[in-house]
Design a protein around this ligand. Structure first.
Ligand SMILES: [Zn+2]
Length: 456
């Protein structure tokens, strides 16, 4: 009984980290500048630091309008990045859909590096995180973002997710697809605030009981001063010239005050909870165990991967399929990319001889070490095994048999990637009926890098 009580009391104190973020993107309506300033100041008074994900063009516009007051106020909080032009066509998913892993990443970097550099120059700091405009998500962005020095993906969407909590994917720490832990109080109806507070408490209680977790809350400064989004100028793929851009409809001053009041009350309520700590995107990686998992014994990994190719959560750490594959190959696991294509098995014998299999293992290790990426397929002489079949065969190999039985892979990791390519990319700014199954397929290949993130 005593130990049960102790456990309950301990569990009740599991830390609840709240990431409060603002997509700071409206470069058309100047009142949105004042909204960002007001929000930053209100949060200062509450002693809460938020993350402002700034659009490149927004940063430039703040600079050209002489809003050093806004730049300084946001700079006291954390600064993330939210694309260079947000909704100006073509948005990322549009141009990435027709591209592969490497060319897509290079194209995203070409288009986005100037925006990252402007945000860095204007705010004096490298953005801590990135999140896509709307639902214009693409897996190639992860490779580019790491090259741009951005380690955290902070946004909402349904393309990929694990257990409604942060996860590792594409080498980045993701706060994404947070389900019931993605919360907000409606700015439009103050009478629903008590309900929103209750919902927050319920989510916090659940996380406390689980020993801790993250709640993600987001707004846009522009929402506090307008009644429709600024970027409807670009709806359904529209491409108007700058002088044709229309300002969004404004809220009255009274309505705006209500919005600020709701945010303040919501944040106050959250902050009053003993387990809650507000954290910025920059602090997140410090709260989580580093990406490279701690040692799990080889036999457990082999058993796991032979049955199901997906991440492994053990007592002392979590491993991605890519990490486990490297361990089975006798390598020190490093952060690597998933394959760039879906390989197919052409090897048509039931067994592989020991020398041929050992050569294939050495070849796969060499590829991974050189490219820091998994191969799509592994050659056995003039024929090949898909990566999935190779991994399953390797996991099932006892290391001594003369002939190694070929096994079929079971890519269970792919179930964490969305399958509805229309719904996942649904956004008023995308051309009507837009869907991007190609991007979900690329995401499935990168699921080799997927695993839940674990709080320290
Ligand atoms: Zn946005």
């Amino acid at each position: 009984m005593a130990s049960f009580l102790t456990a309950t009391v301990l569990a009740a104190h599991g830390p609840v980290y709240v990431v409060l973020w603002f997509d700071t993107e409206d470069y058309i309506e100047p009142a949105a500048d004042d909204a960002a300033l007001r929000i930053a100041a209100d949060l200062d008074k509450l002693g809460v630091r938020a993350t402002f994900k700034v659009v490149g063009e927004k940063a430039r516009v703040l600079e050209s309008r002489g809003r050093t007051d806004v730049i300084r106020a946001l700079g006291r909080h954390d600064i993330g990045y939210h694309s260079n032009f947000h909704s100006v066509q073509p948005t990322p998913a549009l141009y990435l859909r027709g591209m592969g892993w490497l060319d897509g990443a290079a194209e995203f970097e070409r288009r986005e590096r100037p925006g990252v550099e402007d945000v860095r120059r204007i705010f004096g700091i490298t953005p801590s995180c990135y999140g896509q405009p709307g639902s214009s998500w693409g897996p190639q962005t992860f490779r580019a973002l790491l090259r741009l020095g951005i380690p955290v993906y902070l946004d909402e969407g349904e393309q990929v997710g694990v257990g409604e909590q942060p996860f590792w994917f594409g080498g980045m720490l993701n706060v994404f697809n947070m389900g019931r832990y993605q919360l907000r109080a409606s700015l439009n109806d103050e009478s629903t605030l008590p309900e929103a507070l209750e919902k927050f408490d319920h989510a916090a209680e659940e996380l406390e009981a689980k020993g801790g977790g993250v709640i993600s809350i987001y707004y846009h400064p522009t929402e506090f001063v307008t009644t429709a989004f600024w970027d409807l100028n670009f709806a359904k793929g529209a491409n108007p010239e700058r002088n044709e851009w229309k300002k969004p409809p404004r809220r009255t001053a009274e309505e705006s005050e209500r919005c600020y009041r709701i945010l303040t009350r919501y944040v106050e309520h959250a902050k009053a909870r003993p387990s809650v700590r507000f954290v910025t995107a920059r602090e997140l990686p410090l709260l989580y165990e580093s990406q490279l998992g701690r040692a799990v014994d080889r036999a457990s990994i082999a058993r796991h991967l032979a049955g199901q190719e997906t991440f492994l959560v053990a007592d002392n750490g979590a491993l991605s399929p890519a990490e486990m594959l490297q361990i089975l190959l006798g390598m020190e696991p490093a952060a690597v990319e998933g394959p760039i294509a879906r390989g197919a098995t052409t090897y048509h014998f039931g067994e592989i001889s020991r020398p041929a299999f050992e050569r294939a293992k050495a070849d796969a290790s060499g590829f991974i070490r050189t490219n820091r990426r998994l191969p799509a397929e592994v050659w056995i002489g003039s024929q090949k095994l898909s990566l999935a079949d190779f991994a399953a065969t390797l996991a099932d190999d006892d290391g001594s048999a003369k002939g190694i039985a070929v096994r079929k892979g079971n890519l269970e990791m792919e179930k964490y990637v969305a399958t509805d390519a229309r719904r996942s990319f649904d956004w008023p700014i995308h051309p009507e009926g837009f869907s991007a199954p190609e991007l979900l397929e690329l995401a499935r290949l990168q699921a080799w890098t997927l695993k839940p993130a674990r709080l320290k």
